[in-house]
Design a protein around this ligand. Structure first.
Ligand code: HEM
Length: 191
């Protein structure tokens, strides 16, 4: 697939217990992201599609989340593939919102935590979120051509790490909330 990216995933990304440390974006990184976004946004739909096609090729297990989200009758291939692509666009518009809020990180934080919460009922676990950043980087590199630099790559990786850690936080909060009141068996706790 021709794009080797060091994985953004923390090693134990599923649970991320030790991965809740704050990720810091420098002023320079924020500027670089905003500049490059002006170019990326012209191809926003294309990037969304490439990103998700790649995601399902490199991590086919992610497809199951979408199959499970739909009921059985809904598994028509074309429709599913349209919906998978639609998710690529949803991710891109979330990135657009994020870039627009880079100067108001407290507002972005609320949005990203909320997004993680909303992924809980979709059964889309945090360990998958980190794959998205790596595929995004592979998709935008050829668009930015010579404007792509190691520093810019680091800046985008940092933004995805920032967002996915917050999403993880929201997901885990909702997970804990759902488990309050559940029996030990339901909580999968060995007594
Ligand atoms: C950086 C990572 C991701 C971002 C920014 C993101 C963003 C979004 C957004 C904005 C929505 C629209 C509805 C909502 O606000 O809840 C959504 C829905 C959804 N996401 Fe994600 N997502 C990410 C990763 C994933 C992954 C890795 C999966 C599965 C493997 C996934 C599965 C879903 C599903 C099943 C839905 C509901 C159906 C749909 O709207 O297509 N998401 N996501």
């Amino acid at each position: 697939m021709g794009c080797a990216i060091s994985v953004l995933a923390p090693k134990t990304a599923g649970e991320c217990k030790t991965e809740d440390a704050v990720v810091h974006l420098s002023k320079e990184q924020i500027e670089m992201i905003k500049e490059s976004w002006k170019v990326i946004e012209e191809d926003i739909a294309k990037v969304g599609i490439i990103m998700f096609v790649r995601l399902f090729e490199t991590h086919p297990e992610c497809k199951d989340v979408f199959f499970l989200f739909r009921d059985v009758e809904d598994r028509d291939r074309l429709r599913i593939s349209r919906e998978l692509r639609a998710h690529g666009l949803r991710v891109m518009s979330f990135i657009e919102k994020s870039v627009a809020r880079l100067e108001q990180l407290e507002r972005l934080e609320v949005l990203a935590v909320e997004l993680g919460r909303s992924h809980y009922p979709y059964n889309a676990p945090p360990k998958y979120y980190s794959y998205v950043g790596a595929e995004f980087i592979c998709a935008v590199q050829p668009i930015l051509k010579e404007r792509w630099t190691p520093e810019l790559e680091e800046a985008w990786k940092t933004l995805f790490l920032y967002l996915t850690r917050l999403m993880n936080r929201g997901y885990q909060e909702r997970n804990r909330h759902q488990q309050v009141g559940a029996s030990p068996k339901e909580r999968n706790i060995a007594l």
